[in-house]
Design a binder for this molecule. Structure first.
Ligand SMILES: C[S@@+](CC[C@H](N)C(=O)[O-])C[C@H]1O[C@@H](n2cnc3c(N)ncnc32)[C@H](O)[C@@H]1O
Length: 398
C-alpha cells in the first residue's frame, strides 16, 4: 500500500512534526557547524519532498535550513552530506529536490540502507529524522548500534506512535484495545498489523528493545490499569530503555485537544547535553507557532503553555526542589538542568529554570559556584550559562 493520499494535503499533524523538526534543526545546524566536523543529515522516511498542495515536506524544510545556515555562517568551510531514503517515492524526491546541491536520494528501506550510509562517518555529527507511518521499522537494536558507533555526536528525532504499539501489543496477546477512539481524528497510514504468532511477539520485543512491555499488557489484561495508563507506562519504560544508549531522551507528547491524553510522541534522543537543552529552548521559543498550528487543527501539544499559570514558577520551583537533592556533590548546572528536563519534559525554558535556581540560591537552598567567579573588571560574576571558559556548578544544601 503506497498511501499516496498522505501527500495530497499537508495535515496539521504533519505541520506540527515538521515545525518541531524545523525549530530545532536551525539552531542545531548553526551550533554543530562550529565543531569543525562534517554534518551528516539523514531523513530516514523522507516521503515525496513536497506535498501536492505545495507545502514543503521534511526534506525541503531541512534543505532550506541548511542553505540558510551555510550562507550565513562565518565558517570558512563546511562539510554537509544529506541523504533522503524512501521506499516508494525516490522519483518524486529526485524531482522535488533537483535544485539542491549534494543531495543523495536512496530508494529502499531505512532498516537496510542506514548502516551503509553511516559507515565510516565516525568523525561526523549525525542527525537522523525518523518519521515512519507505523512502528514496524523502529528497531531498537539499530538505535543502540548508532549510539555505540562512535560518531562525534548523534541525535535522533523519532515520531513514535505509542498507541499504535499498545494496540498491536494487545492484538499479539489476543486482546481488544479499548481506546481505539484515540485514532478517530488521526488518519493512520500503513498501520502495522500483527497477530498472535511468536514472530509478532518477537517483532514487538525488537521494537521495544526488550520484553518489559509484556508486563504492562498483562496488567492491562488483568484490568489493573486502563489503556491510557498502559500507553503512558509503556512510553516511560521505552524512554528509560533508550536511556541505556542515550543519556538524554526527551519525550514530547502530542495531544489532540487541551486536557486530553497524548495521541502520540515525538522522542528526541542524544548523548549531547547541549542538544537536549537546545531542544527544550526551541520548543519553548516556538510555542506560539506550535499552538497556532494545533489550534487550527484542534490539536494541543501539552496541557499547559509555558505562560499558562498551571505550570508557573512555583510549580517549576517545586519540581526543581524535588530534583536537586540528587546533587550532593558539585555538579555542572547544565548537567543538572538537562537531567531535570529528561525527568519532567520540556515544561519551561532553560532561562525560566535558571531563574528558579538563582532564586533558590538566594534562599540558601542551593549552593552555587562560578569559574571564573569575577568579571574582567573585577566584579562578582552573575552568569548562569556555561561555555568554553565559563563553568557554573551547584549542589544541594541539605
Ligand atoms: C510519514 S511519511 C514521511 C513524511 C515526511 N517526513 C514528510 O514530512 O513529508 C512515511 C514515508 O515512509 C516511506 N516508507 C515506508 N516504509 C519505509 C521503509 N521501511 N524505509 C524507508 N521509507 C519507508 C513511505 O513511502 C512514506 O513516504
Amino acid at each position: 500500500m503506497r498511501n499516496d493520499n498522505f501527500f495530497v494535503v499537508k495535515k496539521p499533524w504533519s505541520e506540527v512534526k515538521d515545525e518541531l523538526l524545523g525549530c530545532y534543526f536551525k539552531p542545531y545546524v548553526s551550533k554543530i557547524l562550529h565543531t569543525y566536523r562534517p554534518l551528516v543529515y539523514v531523513d530516514c522516511f523522507a516521503g515525496k519532498g513536497k506535498f501536492e498542495d505545495g507545502n514543503p515536506g521534511s526534506p525541503l524544510i531541512a534543505l532550506d535550513i541548511l542553505q540558510e545556515c551555510t550562507s550565513s555562517t562565518t565558517m570558512e568551510k563546511t562539510e554537509i552530506k544529506t541523504y533522503f531514503i524512501d521506499l516508494n517515492y525516490a522519483e518524486d524526491l529526485r524531482q522535488n529536490l533537483a535544485t539542491y546541491p549534494n543531495v543523495e536520494i536512496i530508494s529502499g528501506c531505512y532498516e537496510t540502507e542506514i548502516i551503509n550510509i553511516l559507515a565510516g562517518e565516525n568523525k561526523s555529527n549525525v542527525f537522523l529524522y525518523i518519521d515512519p507511518y507505523g512502528i514496524k521499522a523502529l528497531h531498537c537494536s539499530l538505535f543502540d548500534y548508532f549510539a555505540q558507533y562512535g560518531f562525534n555526536t548523534i541525535e535522533l528525532l523519532i515520531n513514535f506512535n505509542s498507541f499504535g504499539f499498545i494496540r498491536e501489543a494487545c492484538r499479539v496477546f489476543g486482546l481488544a484495545y479499548d481506546v481505539t477512539n484515540v485514532f478517530d481524528d488521526l488518519v493512520e497510514y500503513e498501520s502495522t498489523q500483527l497477530d498472535t504468532s511468536q514472530n509478532s511477539l518477537l517483532e514487538l520485543n525488537e521494537i521495544a528493545g526488550g520484553n518489559y512491555w509484556q508486563e504492562i499488557i498483562n496488567d492491562y489484561k488483568r484490568k489493573v490499569i486502563n489503556g491510557y495508563e498502559a500507553e503512558a507506562l509503556f512510553v516511560e519504560a521505552y524512554c528509560k530503555r533508550l536511556r541505556q544508549s542515550y543519556r538524554y531522551v526527551l519525550n514530547l507528547p502530542l495531544r489532540i485537544k487541551k486536557g486530553q491524553r497524548p495521541k502520540y510522541r515525538m522522542i528526541h534522543a542524544t548523548n549531547h547535553r547541549d542538544g537536549c537543552l537546545l531542544m527544550v529552548d526551541n520548543i519553548c521559543n516556538r510555542w506560539q507557532a506550535l499552538q497556532g498550528i494545533q489550534n487550527r487543527g484542534q490539536l494541543t501539544l501539552w496541557e499547559e503553555s509555558p505562560d499558562n499559570l498551571s505550570i508557573d514558577e512555583s510549580d517549576i520551583s517545586q519540581k526543581i526542589l524535588a530534583h536537586i537533592p540528587n546533587y550532593r556533590e558539585w555538579t555542572s548546572l547544565h548537567d543538572v538542568l538537562s537531567d531535570f528536563f529528561v525527568e519532567y519534559g520540556a515544561i519551561c525554558s532553560t532561562t525560566a529554570a535558571k531563574a528558579v535556581v538563582a532564586n533558590l540560591v538566594s534562599l540558601n537552598r542551593i549552593e552555587l559556584e562560578r569559574d571564573p567567579p569575577f568579571t574582567e573588571t573585577g566584579r562578582a560574576a552573575t552568569y548562569m550559562t556555561e561555555g568554553r571558559n565559563k563553568k557554573v556548578s551547584i549542589k544541594w544544601v541539605p
